[in-house]
Design a protein around this ligand. Sequence first.
Ligand code: CP
Ligand code: NVA
Length: 305
Amino acid sequence: MALRHFLTLRDLTPFEFKQLLARATELKQLHRKSEAYQPFVGKVLGMIFEKSSTRTRISFEAGMCQFGGDAIFLSPRDTQLGRGEPIEDSARVISRMLDIIMIRTFGHDIVEKFAEYSSVPIINGLTDDHHPCQLLADMQTYFEHRGDIEGKTVAWIGDGNNMCNSYMEAAQMLGFKLRISSPEGYTPNPKFLAEFADHVELVNSPEAAAKDADLIVTDVWASMGQEEEQKLREKAFANYQVNEALMQLAHSDCLFMHCLPAHRGEEISENMLDHPNAVVWDEAENRLHAQKALVEFLLNEHSKK
Ligand code: CP
Ligand code: NVA
């Protein structure tokens, strides 16, 4: 059996995706009851971070501890990765010592190459192109609050970035409609748009995206690595703020999500995170449970080999 990785959502089948969401909710309930569940004593997760993180690092590290295993934080600043040791060599060496590895980096080709040379499962903890772990948490949150997302309408308002790409994949896999509204020059990669055309529609205003939506999602205007474009992007995205007025156009039970960190007064209004339909804190917490379900799935699949 081939080694399973999680570089994009499409590394799961739609069936596995849904199963994983249900398992995440089960693990959450177990955790709430303070029931110990430690199937991975002695297993070690390596976490390579080339970009900053609060949620991803803490959720993976805490999740692994709760499973009875351990997690090691690896910064390129103090490993040979940062001094130019080739990815091929690093992947072969690191994967001989660890049981599973998470990587947050820039180019998506880096995680692909790491996975190619790794002997253990690789998890994409965010690249410039995808953020699949966040989608597990977002979808778990939707299912928990509203039930199945199949046939629903999701509005993506803002940058056609890594999060947006992962939403496109989720739309196809879970059968929802994704309306994207991005300023000119910041729309998603046309290759992606064409590939997901059956489930994704580019619309010409945030209002058109929000109309009758069941879920509205946004993200920062300048992602990690784009800090120098902040001022330019503030101008381009000025009309793309998600706020209370936009929520009014959606269905009355429309949820609001944001992967966080958020910039109040930019992509969201000052009080948007406190909106009665905002579920951002559940969404953030679900990173823990969803990724525990993912780690469990990948380690179990790996042990079958
Ligand atoms: N949403 C998310 O991935 O957060 P961090 O950057 O804090 O990990
Ligand atoms: N699009 C954002 C997501 C942060 C979790 C970034 O890449 O910085």
